[in-house]
Design a protein around this ligand. Sequence first.
Ligand code: GCO
Ligand code: MG
Length: 405
Amino acid sequence: MKRDIIESAEVIVCSPGRNFVTVKITTKAGYIGYGDATLNGRELAVAAYLEHYLCPLLEGRSVFQTEDIWNYFYKGAYWRKGPVTMTAIGAIDMALWDLKGKILETPVYNLLGGKSRSKMLTYTHANGKNLEDTLKRVEELKKASFEAIRVQCGIPGIEKAYGIGEKGIYEPAIKGNKPFEESWSTPKYLNFIPSVFEEVRKEFGEDLHLLHDSHHRLTPTEAARLAKDLEPYHLFWLEDVTPAEHQESFAQIKQKSVTPLAVGEVFNTIHDAHHLISNQSIDYIRMTVSHGGGITPMLKIAHFAEPYHIKTGCHGPSDISPIALAACLHVDTAINNFGIQEYMGYSETTEEAFPHEYYFENGHLHLTEAPGLGVDFNETFARKFEYEKAYLPINRLEDGTMFNW
Ligand code: GCO
Ligand code: MG
């Protein structure tokens, strides 16, 4: 029996710790590969795309044909791009690479160029309600060996600012039938944030890598002001300063400041980023394997960015499953222009649902020699937790105007 011929492809939607959509592809010889199709707050749209349109077309195909299968789904749909489509294609692509590795008995990175490094620099989040809280959290993360920390802080005068969770893992999607409403004031934010970084540097010195996420909220002019104001604190990067629909905006910001810029977590294809990359208007491309259409295109994007001095910084929030995180780590391991990997961590329930080989130690994520992606799916356990609708928040200015979240 040919080891690589697909027998079936199935979609599993459940909520072990939070909502996840998982693709399971089984070959006729009994090999199983997994892919992550989670798109936070829009999970069922991706599940339906997979169930109705992609999964039924896989039977009889060879798992080795990742390039042809990817193009069959991308070009073959006629309707290209978009987060739903690309997350669905990405999950299948991931599962196919997982299968290739398992059949060939080798980690996926060996099929992508081999080991370029033995460990990946990793950043996580310090989200304090106020300055004191933020400093405490940075201290804790430093003790937990993190060398790179994304610093967010509640803003005086803004009741519900972005990125500030209660204790433990920050989870932006909230269960219920209506999105939660946050509020925003750009002047209050711009006046306050530089003082946070001043204090963090005062307390912890120059050694820590510091990152910050503006979550798509500034105009290019406001972004340039923030980037300049933060220059004395030598950020590793300033992320998503302005909504990325206008790739030209980043060139304006870049001309005015030497604070490194990162963008791309909401991008789905190279077409969202090709001007940013070829004009060298960013420093880090943040696309992630699941929402960027899989390992196949991510590798091409990383290779395209390399000669332009642009490094990767894959999105790694808790709303992509450990399968997608592992897929990022395999790409991170193989490419030359790896920059950093985001890692928010997972709840105990999520960890139990997705037993994995990758591990965090001394500020870095590590992979092992395990074949495939090195993540299992404890399906019986995971299915005990039923999907519950959850929305990402929406955001309004203080006068009620709808704004970017
Ligand atoms: C990040 C992100 C996330 C997103 C989330 C949306 O930099 O990690 O901005 O926190 O908001 O992934 O689902
Ligand atoms: Mg972000």
